[in-house]
Design a protein around this ligand. Structure first.
Ligand SMILES: [Zn+2]
Ligand SMILES: [Zn+2]
Ligand SMILES: [Zn+2]
Length: 345
């Protein structure tokens, strides 16, 4: 059982997890082309994973058997678990609570060698739809205040298995990063009575220099104060606080925008390790007016070092205007050729 501990100075919560250190890693031992037999996320190896909580599969196929093209399972080595109570246990000046939550893995494709950006727009739409279905289901558990979707691509970005997947963690506490964004958005709203994110979109569309691509319903740009080189944000132009609230037909446009953005990054930086996160408002409708959901895509091409750790400052060697100009220029369809070349080797 993991536990949540609160730092008494900063108020930051930390998950102290005893099980995750033991999890296996496929990196360094099995090259990509040889690992499907051993890969727990490949069809045929369903017995090696926890049972599925959701799957999109061919008609007539059995749960937890091959025939699926997308599968959601509980994480075998969860950072947080469903069982436990919400109550805080004081221990002198320290605060602690059970590590309750949900930790799920979304296996995005049955094909071991494909990355998310290789999937068709329709397949990516299914991945986004699975996020939506899982969020709507987990929101019913009133212990969960926040549901974060994220993806680690590549070992340097924290992926422990190569088979393309994303993850979901539901937490009993709103994470500090989200609280910071909410506080800032709240202050701006008090002052201007407008959503800061909507205003950023307006300004970026006027300035144009940091826009990577304008997809119509969605926009990608490199934020003005980007922390990392090629940090890219993807936002819906229409104000919505939760990803699950966008209209059904919009998912296909979101899938197109995500595929294009990931492919631009791949071509620009030669398939870099990256993380993406989806920031929606906390569960409930409390922040509907002030918060605007978005995706943050962060390539891992620099390391967070001493100065960053010590100060909270980030040193970004690539001005966001240059990164955006570079990503506007690249041809995202090149990514498919790069990928094809990789598969033949
Ligand atoms: Zn696999
Ligand atoms: Zn907004
Ligand atoms: Zn954010």
């Amino acid at each position: 059982m993991s536990e949540l501990r609160k730092d008494p100075i900063t108020g930051r919560w930390v998950i102290i997890s005893t099980t995750r250190g033991k999890r296996p890693s496929s990196f360094g031992t099995a090259p990509k082309q040889e690992s499907p037999k051993m890969c727990p996320f490949c069809p045929g190896n369903e017995d090696n994973t926890p049972v599925e909580v959701l799957a999109y599969r061919r008609n007539g196929t059995q749960p937890n058997r091959p025939g699926w093209f997308l599968r959601v399972i509980s994480n075998k080595y969860p950072a947080l678990r469903i069982e436990g109570s919400l109550s805080r246990k004081p221990n002198g000046i320290y605060d602690q609570m059970d590590g309750i939550g949900a930790h799920e893995v979304i296996i995005e494709t049955a094909e071991h060698s494909k990355d998310l950006a290789d999937l068709s727009v329709d397949e990516i739409k299914n991945v986004l739809w699975a996020f939506r279905e899982r969020i709507l289901d987990l929101q019913k558990d009133h212990r969960f205040k926040y549901i974060l979707i994220f993806k680690n691509h590549g070992e340097a970005a924290g992926a422990s298995l190569e088979h393309s997947h994303s993850q979901l963690i539901a937490t009993p506490i709103v994470p500090k990063r989200v609280v910071e964004e909410i506080r800032g958005a709240e202050k701006y709203y008090e002052f201007r009575e407008r959503c800061i994110f909507c205003d950023i979109i307006r300004q970026e569309l006027t300035d144009k220099v940091r826009i990577v691509y304008d997809y119509g319903d969605f926009l990608t740009f490199t934020p003005y104060a980007s922390r990392f080189p090629f940090e890219t944000w993807l936002l819906p132009k229409q104000h919505t606080s939760h990803m699950v609230d966008i209209s059904t037909d919009t998912y296909v446009y979101l899938a197109e925008a995500l595929k294009d953005s990931l492919n631009r990054l791949r071509v620009a930086l030669n398939d870099p390790p990256f993380n993406f996160i989806i920031h929606s408002a906390p569960v409930g409708n409390e922040y509907d007016e002030i918060y605007h959901w978005h995706m943050e895509i962060i390539p891992k091409i620099t390391r967070v070092a001493g100065f960053e750790w010590g100060s909270g400052f980030y040193i970004n060697p690539t001005p966001p205007e240059e990164a955006a100009a570079f990503m506007r220029e690249v041809d995202p369809s090149e990514a498919q050729k790069m990928f094809a070349a990789k598969a033949i080797v």
